[in-house]
Design a protein. Structure first.
Length: 175
């Protein structure tokens, strides 16, 4: 008990010693936010993933930018003829870029929570659209791990096992 009190006192004293950098009036400038080109992957008529380029306001820091790119992907293709890969109520709860190259993506939404009645092909395309988009846009990213509502799940829609991280599969991408 005494040891805990001493430790808390020391932490409080040390935290008061740091000089906090004042926030600037323009956080976009502070975070080096700029319009940057990104590649998003959606299913093409050939049943492979095809790239769609968009310009998105992104911070320079990849760890901060990854969630913005994933949210852009979840909006769907700008081509109205391309069907959405995810249920329309899918949300990105969080995304983390870990130092060893794993990107953890936590998805949510009523359909994924209650059970998505997708077929095997749609589930594969959805998962690999996330993987291909993240790995293409962030050189630090090597693999993607998926969670649903903050917890590991066996599948998104009953077919593709989520028990391991996914890596890009070049043969799934249209050349």
């Amino acid at each position: 008990m005494r040891r805990t009190a001493v430790l808390l006192t020391m932490l409080a004293a040390l935290s008061g010693c740091r000089q906090e950098k004042p926030l600037t009036a323009n956080l976009n400038a502070e975070n080096k936010v700029a319009l940057r080109a990104v590649q998003l992957y959606y299913e093409s008529p050939s049943m492979l993933l095809a790239s769609e380029q968009r310009s998105v306001e992104l911070p320079e820091n990849p760890a901060a930018a990854v969630s913005i790119v994933i949210r852009e992907l979840l909006k769907g293709s700008s081509n109205a003829g391309v069907p959405p890969l995810f249920p329309p109520d899918t949300t990105l709860r969080a995304a983390y870029l870990l130092p060893e190259g794993t990107v953890v993506i936590d998805l949510g939404g009523p359909t994924l929570t209650e059970g998505w009645p997708a077929g095997t092909h749609q589930e594969l395309m959805a998962i690999h659209s996330l993987v291909q988009t993240v790995v293409t846009n962030f050189s630090e990213a090597r693999r993607v791990r998926l969670l649903v509502n903050g917890t590991p799940r066996e599948t998104l829609g009953g077919h593709v096992w989520l028990g391991r991280p996914f890596v890009p599969v070049p043969s799934m991408v249209q050349r």
